[in-house]
Design a protein around this ligand. Sequence first.
Ligand SMILES: C[S@@+](CC[C@H](N)C(=O)[O-])C[C@H]1O[C@@H](n2cnc3c(N)ncnc32)[C@H](O)[C@@H]1O
Length: 243
Amino acid sequence: MVSSGARFLWYQSKNARDLLNMGAVKRALEARAFPEDVEGQVAFVMDRFNGTITPYQNRSEITRLAERVRALAPRTLLEVGTARGGTLFLLCQAAAGDATIVSLDLPEGRNGGGFPKWKMPTYAAFAKPGQRLLFVRGNSHDPASRDKVHALMDGRPSDFIMIDGDHSYEGVKTDFELYYPLLAPGGLLALHDIRPTPYDPSIDVHRFWIEIRDRFRTEEIVETPDQPNFGIGLVHGPNAAAR
Ligand SMILES: C[S@@+](CC[C@H](N)C(=O)[O-])C[C@H]1O[C@@H](n2cnc3c(N)ncnc32)[C@H](O)[C@@H]1O
């Protein structure tokens, strides 16, 4: 079992590494020195900067998701689970040029929850010039966080929602129940880690996914059918015909 002291040290060493690399990330973002195509952008976050902005994603799955979001061109987009910002960068680049984007994560925690405030100016540079990118530091399970997100969207529904926060069964269920009602008709909601993950009992999105996948119009983005992790579930917005 890993002690809380060891976790604290691990978290601080990660932050020290990020601090060293963050200047280069920010300069590249401000100069828009990254490719325009999805594959190139996935490589930008996954293969550079020593993992500082690498998403916690399977490469082919996040590529397919980003392409899907580009086709949708959302004007309102919510992400639950900012973390290192890798997915957020890709979602900003995929969203409409005038999109309002909100990313929600826990306030910086001793055990690695959320991200430190000093990363925010770099994350803010993920946005395209005409976009509004806003951050909420709070618990996604708190209805007050949901209300804050909704207010930041000026009361508009979300065209795209990515739920990638608390991966426990109760956690993902709570997020789905709170945020699915914000999804626009014709919109898409993505749940990450829908594949069963036997080696990590804290990840139980699969149990929730099999409960809902036939109750809604859904799709799966999964690289290989029997993989023991990752996998993205897509749920279509209200008014979409059930299968
Ligand atoms: C797997 S990471 C997100 C990865 C990110 N989407 C990516 O791939 O680039 C999960 C994040 O969810 C956050 N999280 C966990 N529980 C949460 C909660 N109840 N409210 C808000 N954020 C939460 C964690 O702090 C962590 O940063």
